[in-house]
Write a new protein. Structure first.
Length: 336
């Protein structure tokens, strides 16, 4: 099958109207591979803007159009808003955390994940310069985005792992987005905060202590994001979903092959410096699994252990409860 991201020498030289023809040929190759797209115009939702959505930004910039799709993207303020939009049919598909997927299942929303190939473990735990060990954190505060969030669960896990009792030894404080956590550190209101790119690098460069990292001290991979759709939509629009995934996998391959283009896309989308965008690329790229499954069994066991500790579930769930793997199983049929 011809790869839609590798044009011939002649196609690469086309401009103007001829370039439009090259794009049409690419769309024709998609139809030949997966059949007629039932809904070429999609409404897509993101929980927020973050570097870990890098492949989505590349797909928006290039490869979803090449897969025959016109996608209108809405960015929300977290999982809750994103889930509400999907449940209310304001969007067709969303990309959010597995925690959002779990909450939708518990709320009996007829939605399920269909691709989970985002395995980044990119949080760092930054502390005040005088907090050099976990024991030094006793009597101080730890900042998380929201109580009950992933940042909260990971923070509590490491506190317990290092002999500290959350709320008794270390107060957990809800501080909002990473930018606010960074300000809390600078102002001295927080003894420690969990930060994502690029703020974690800025904090380390400013002299705050890297007390731990998610990748080294919890797990080198994590189920970070998952594409989700209503079950009815997935059943009625299988070719559309395959085209959507085809464009996303093509974006992963383009990002892997062309770092400069991807870094430029990140700088334009997130207003990162070129240096921070390059660091983000190097950190995110290895965690993209184009085949769309969950991380390894050991990682998923820890994931469910943390969910049980948080009180979100009482026992580990089978993957099928939040991930419909029909498209993952047919990867060879729709992948570019």
């Amino acid at each position: 099958m011809k790869h839609i991201l590798q044009p011939t020498r002649r196609e690469a030289m086309l401009t103007g109207a001829s370039a439009f023809g090259a794009l049409a040929l690419s769309a024709a190759s998609v139809r030949a591979a997966i059949g007629k797209i039932e809904k070429p115009r999609l409404r897509f939702g993101l929980t927020l803007d973050a570097a870990s959505f890098m492949s989505v930004y590349v797909a928006q910039a290039k490869t979803w159009a090449e897969a025959g799709l016109e996608i209108e993207t809405s960015t929300f303020r977290g999982d809750a808003e994103c889930s509400q939009a999907l449940a209310g049919d304001s969007v067709d598909l969303v990309l959010q955390s597995p925690y959002g997927a779990i909450n939708m299942v518990k709320a009996e929303v007829p939605a399920i994940g269909f691709y989970a190939g985002f395995h980044q473990a990119d949080f760092w735990f930054l502390s005040q310069p005088d907090v050099k060990t976990w024991a030094d954190l006793k009597g101080k505060t730890a900042g998380v985005s929201t109580i009950g969030s992933l940042t909260d669960s990971l923070t509590r896990y490491l506190l317990v792992k290092n002999g500290l009792q959350p709320e008794k030894d270390v107060k957990i404080l809800q501080v909002g987005p990473t930018s606010s956590a960074m300000q809390g550190l600078k102002a001295g209101r927080l003894g420690m905060a969990i930060l994502s790119p690029p703020f974690k690098w800025a904090a380390a460069d400013a002299g705050f202590n890297v007390l731990a990292t998610q990748a080294k001290d919890i797990s080198p991979a994590w189920p970070k994001h998952i594409f989700i759709g209503q079950r009815k939509f997935l059943d009625q629009n299988p070719n559309t979903v395959m085209a959507f995934l085809r464009g996303h996998v093509a974006a992963i391959r383009l990002a892997r092959a062309d770092k400069d283009f991807t870094v430029k896309t990140l700088t334009e989308k997130l207003k990162y410096s070129a240096s921070d965008a390059g660091r983000a690329y190097d950190e995110i790229m290895p965690g993209l699994d184009e085949r769309g499954g969950f991380p390894d069994a050991e990682t998923m066991k820890l994931f469910w252990d943390l969910e049980i500790r948080a009180g979100d579930v009482t026992e580990p769930w089978p993957a099928s409860r939040i991930l419909d793997d029909r498209f993952i199983k047919t990867f060879a049929d729709w992948a570019p």
